[in-house]
Design a protein around this ligand. Sequence first.
Ligand code: ZN
Ligand code: CA
Length: 714
Amino acid sequence: MPRLLIILFMFLLVLNGKAQKRCGTVEYMQMQRKLGKIRQTDEQFEQWFTTQGRNLLRQQQARQQAGPYRIPVVVHVIHNGEPLGTGTNISDEQILSQIDVINKDFNRLNADAISTPPEFAAVAGSMNVEFVLALRDPFGLPTTGIVRVNGGRTSWSVSQENEFKALSYWPAEDYLNIWVLNLSGGFIGYAQFPVSDLPGLEEYQDGLATTDGVVIDYKAFGSVDYGSFDLDPSYNKGRTLTHELGHFFGLRHIWGDQLCGTDYVDDTPEQRNETIGCPTHPSATTCTTTLNKMFQNYLDYTDDACMNLFTAGQVVRMQLILDNPAVPRRNSLLSSPGLLPPNCSEPDVAILDKVMPGPVTCNQNPMLRMKLRSLTCDPINTLKVQYRVNNATPVTANFTGLNIPPGSVAELNFGSLNLITGLNTLEASVLEINGIADYNPANSTYQSRILIDLASDRIPLREKFDEMTWPVITPTEGSQWQLSGTNFNTSASFRAFEAPDGPNESWLVTPVLDFSNTSRASVFFDLSYAWNGTDNDRLRVLVSTDCGDTYQNLSPPFDRTGLALANAISVTAWRPESESQWQLRQYINLNNYTGSEQVRLAFVFTNRQGNNIYVDNVEFFLSDDPDPLFLADGPFAVYWETLTEAKVTFNLDERSDVFIEILDFTGRRVAAADFKDVLNQTYSITTGTAAEGLYIFRAHIRGKRYAIKFFLTR
Ligand code: ZN
Ligand code: CA
């Protein structure tokens, strides 16, 4: 083989061996910027940071006296169903080795600190920090700080991060989230860089909470110094996490991500670009400086075995980020409840919600069913809950033989309630858990109002809200749906702009509707809402087929929030003045609920004191046509469907019985029909084989006679 080819071949081999790129943080932050999640540039951040940093330098000295920083860590292992300790479902030992590595590296207790060349050892820094696997979870319950989730995939890319981070996430204000998985796309890790609290960016910072933390490939997590873990030979000493945590605390790559760029740290030498592999010291930076390359720095791309220091300047920079309460989700970690041991002598249950009955029902004796969450360290076997209706004598429900695991949600049946027509109050509270008093009554004292409304109606139906005849209720205290003036005379409205309180929920509910005589049904309504730019009010449309005992989401759900709910943006009280300020004829197919005699639809508004919402012209059809004929004027329209069939579409003001007839020009009747409960339906009329010529269509509606002449051609 010619010599040139051999060299080329070896070069390719080396490339393949280095297919994994150490860090995707810079690319990740560029992606976040492209998505509009981050609006500040690196330069803006650094300018802000320099100012803040100076202000904090003095506090820094005081902070150092107070002992080490303690950072609560949660490791989310996103595996693919492998047995514990195999494949992506890495062992506890491998995770513990990684935690030990960062605790050593950040405090310069790493065994290879002696390998730092003397010229750099002089500027090496120790952060005085302790990374602690969380002692209590977000519910206050005991945890190992390790969560294992079967993600059902062999690998994940950076662009799928919303998906895998949602599989397991603890609030980033209180926990340093570390996700470990099989990361595809060539990177072995990336971090979310801190952001500033520059005015106007708050919303974007909040949007970054659910992705905040560090992602590490499972083959670069842990250290072979602690056991024979299956790790990438270049990245087998846990330095990937050390590097990424550097980014998490605000460090940039030592070469500044451009040729001889800056990392904004004074004691790291300028460097032309990243270092690959494991060079020999000294090697020149090939920038203007006479210093040697500090390829041993954790913020370079060197192999794990050849990195061994942060500089004192880097440590100060990380400490300034951590000390600054204005940097979201960094300083708050230091006072996280996750650092405290759980208090298991204080059993606690929270009442989350009432599952049954719904806020408006026709059933005066509904089953009470409630949803609770155990915040107790041991499984719950017995539970004593008190409840009462309308200030009557309390009833105590004693549940025995339960097995509710710590942290989990349970639904319990309490027996049937005795309710009166009209408004009822329900109160409930948890008394005892496993025979011990509930330690925290605040989260298990429940109050709600239930409206027994027996009104019924049938479809087709049109509600124009000239007056409020539909039941309206706010289950807790607070504002509710009312009538407000619009270009449609009056409309149903929730005035969130003026609401003095919130968040609360208000329900606007139809009467009980009979869907039993049709196999097709649909509803249209007009909707108008303006988003104020910050407060995310929400509208859901729910359905019940048991007259209101239970309500479900539609399929697909109608659930809109904030901008997605809006047809305008306004920071003043919203009121539609013309049809163009409405989202006209929102369509919902209701075929799934036909056959049922007790259908209810609920417009559920969650008030976050944003802006006003309006609903009007709610119209039920006995068809599922998403594009029905709306007549511009006149009560009906006629057209020929086939040679022997005419169609008539009605649009009446109210449900009426209608008699129709078709006459030829001699006055002879060729067809006639009687229709009951006509509102907005379309009917077929068989005409027989009528001859070409002039015909008259007559309709008798509420004592009035209407006629249309038409010419039939063949
Ligand atoms: Zn990096
Ligand atoms: Ca409680």
